[in-house]
Ligand binder design. Structure first.
Ligand SMILES: Nc1ncnc2c1ncn2[C@@H]1O[C@H](COP(=O)(O)OP(=O)(O)O)[C@@H](O)[C@H]1O
Ligand SMILES: [Mg+2]
Length: 250
């Protein structure tokens, strides 16, 4: 069975991309064939983490110019994982960002169909896990990604604006779409890490509370900290999150 996971949050800068990348690496290391797609087309940073010279982008797929399988790149040899890890990148060129940011609701409705087709094609191509790194908030591009997934990892920073926003998104989006989800509290103060805020937040299970650790930001060689330093506290949380998602989607 294949699982599609979106990593989403109500606000930017919560750690979505870091968590998506590391989850993808951990699943690939465990032998699963994984595809990580950058669906944060308005702020596409996956291309800055990995040294892939992309000629075609997710943008081209969303504009109907090619198929998702034409824009994914296998990086498993470079990172040495047992399973395959494919990346699909969004175009970081400023003109491309502006072009996709200007699209209206009607275009986004078409994009939803394209993302559903892309998911089907990736499953047919043998992917065990598809991870969608999304943009923050509730605009159509983010919700399209959430809509096609089996599981949503909701990343929150434990501060009031993020908590209030998350409660709204849980009640106004995930519950309406009937999505299975789990919360990751990221960049917590140590006291929260040692004693997690709660087992559930807004009736959603808390998968992990990850402390704020400056060295998470340091550039890794491969871009995937969990594969380079498996004993790091951040990595340890990622392994636990990966296991819990599999348990909850079983
Ligand atoms: N637990 C953490 N501790 C410290 N810094 C973190 C942690 N998680 C992520 N970061 C850093 O926070 C910044 C934003 O993370 P990123 O994954 O790009 O967030 P988003 O995709 O939600 O915008 C990055 O510099 C990242 O390295
Ligand atoms: Mg991001």
């Amino acid at each position: 069975m294949s699982i599609t996971i979106a990593v989403h949050s109500c606000k930017g800068g919560t750690g979505k991309t870091s968590i998506a990348v590391n989850l993808a690496g951990v699943y690939a290391a465990s032998g699963k064939d994984v595809c990580l797609l950058d669906l944060d087309s308005k702020a596409p940073y996956l291309s800055s983490i990995f040294n892939v010279r992309s000629k075609q982008w997710i943008n081209d797929v969303l504009f109907g110019k090619c198929n998702v399988t034409d824009v994914i790149y296998d990086i498993s040899d470079e990172i040495g994982t047992k399973g395959k890890l494919y990346l699909g990148l969004s175009n970081p060129n400023i003109i491309a960002i502006r072009e996709i940011s200007s699209k209206d609701r009607k275009w986004q409705a078409k994009a939803l169909q394209i993302i559903m087709d892309a998911k089907r094609d990736l499953i047919s191509a043998g992917m065990d896990i598809i991870i969608l790194d999304t943009g923050p908030g509730v605009d159509f591009s983010s919700i399209n990604a959430v809509a096609v997934t089996d599981y949503v990892v909701i990343v929150v920073k434990p501060n009031k604006p993020c908590m209030v926003g998350t409660e709204q998104v849980v009640n106004g989006v995930y519950k309406l779409l009937n999505k299975k989800c789990g919360i990751v509290e990221n960049m917590c103060h140590e006291t929260h890490f040692l004693k997690p805020l709660s087992i559930t937040l807004f009736d959603v299970p808390v998968l992990a509370s990850i402390p704020c650790m400056c060295d998470v930001q340091l550039k890794t060689d491969t871009g995937i900290l969990a594969l380079e330093e498996s004993k790091h506290t951040f990595s340890d949380s990622i392994f636990k999150i990966a296991d819990k998602i599999l348990e909850q989607t079983d």
